[in-house]
Design a protein around this ligand. Structure first.
Ligand SMILES: N[C@@H](CCC(=O)N[C@@H](CS)C(=O)NCC(=O)O)C(=O)O
Length: 323
């Protein structure tokens, strides 16, 4: 992590635990909003007006939070408006690295070698983890926002007419239900798998795994009435947030994070739900199983040998899983 603008390699995910040995995720630090007229958004400063070729998104394809933003960018037709760089899949001693691994690219915008350099460019005294996603402003050379939940909302409504698609990922009449679902699914499942994987005591692991499968069971019953998506016929932000966890489940969380009571493919409704979302044009392009496996299985604290498993066979999802 960065401490007062200086990189320190001392930090490790498993060190960030509560008194019971449970994994604790750090909160995001840059919270400005891009808006159609440049007025301040929910948090942060004004001045980030939606303009073509002004904003750049830094992502890791292993990362579910970054993938949320990539999906929102695709579905809103913002590919020509917001450019993207993809880091290599491994979280190294200096964090995320830009390089030539297949599916990744170099940072041709800021010429950073490491993501932490973007953070210190934005704030020379930054203290915290250099996480992805990062939404970068090319005009003021700073980070607009590094919280995926905000970035998804910004992509949905902050870019006004620059968005090529009129899909609304957060329709006002469904907002309350979306937020209720998000608040339920995040701790138990999206972050629940990490709580299981990074737990340092049997008790906090067991508690997390119980919650993960409790939520999967609940969602399976919700979808059992034949609805296409979580809120019925319409695809919303809540589906993006669930999908990014489900698509990583068998490839990473089942094995590495020991969430192994059942595989996703054993849940009939959740499995077809995942395939339905993968079939939405553009979404499959945001999923890279090789990056996902390389990335998760390179977490040395959980997998000291660094061996990446051959499976699972993802051909049923028309996804490659080579290691
Ligand atoms: N609150 C952030 C969390 C992002 C996050 O935790 N990203 C992880 C990758 S999945 C990361 O970049 N970790 C780098 C680190 O911990 O040093 C969001 O949702 O945008």
């Amino acid at each position: 992590m960065l401490v007062n603008g200086k990189w320190t390699a001392e930090w490790h995910p498993v060190q960030s635990t509560d008194e019971k040995g449970g994994f604790v995720r750090q909160t995001s630090s840059f919270r400005h909003w891009v808006t159609p007229d440049g007025r301040a958004g929910l948090t942060g400063d004004a001045g980030f007006i939606a303009e073509p070729d002004r904003y750049h998104l830094y992502v890791a394809l292993i990362c579910p939070w970054a993938s949320r933003t990539l999906i929102a960018r695709k579905l809103k037709g913002l590919e020509e408006v917001v450019s993207v760089s993809v880091v290599e899949p491994w979280l190294l001693d200096e964090g995320w690295h830009f390089g030539d691994y297949p599916g990744a690219n170099r940072d041709t915008l800021n010429h950073a070698e490491w993501v932490h350099q973007l953070y210190t460019q934005a704030d020379g005294t930054f203290t915290g983890r250099a996480t992805v996603p990062v939404l970068w402003d090319k005009k003021t050379h700073t980070i607009v926002n590094n919280e995926s939940a905000d970035i998804v909302r910004m992509f949905n409504s902050g870019f006004g007419h620059l968005a090529q698609s009129d899909i609304d990922l957060c329709p006002p009449d469904l907002l309350q239900e979306i937020e209720r679902l998000n608040a339920e699914i995040y701790p138990s499942l999206n972050n629940g798998v990490y709580r299981a994987g990074f737990a340092t005591t049997q008790i906090s692991y067991a508690e997390a795994v119980r919650e993960v499968f409790g939520m999967l069971d609940k969602l399976e019953s919700r979808l059992a009435d034949g609805r296409d998506f979580l809120l019925g016929d319409v695809f919303t932000e809540a589906d993006i947030r669930l999908f990014v966890t489900l698509i990583r489940f068998d490839a990473a969380y089942y094995g590495l994070f020991k969430c192994n009571l059942r595989q996703l493919r054993e849940y009939a409704c959740l499995d077809s739900y995942t395939r339905r979302i993968l079939a939405i044009p553009g979404i499959r392009d945001t999923v890279n199983i090789d990056h996902i496996k390389q990335g998760y299985y390179s977490i040395r604290a959980l997998n000291p040998t660094g061996i990446v498993p051959e499976g699972p066979d993802m051909r049923a999802y028309a996804l490659e899983g080579k290691s």
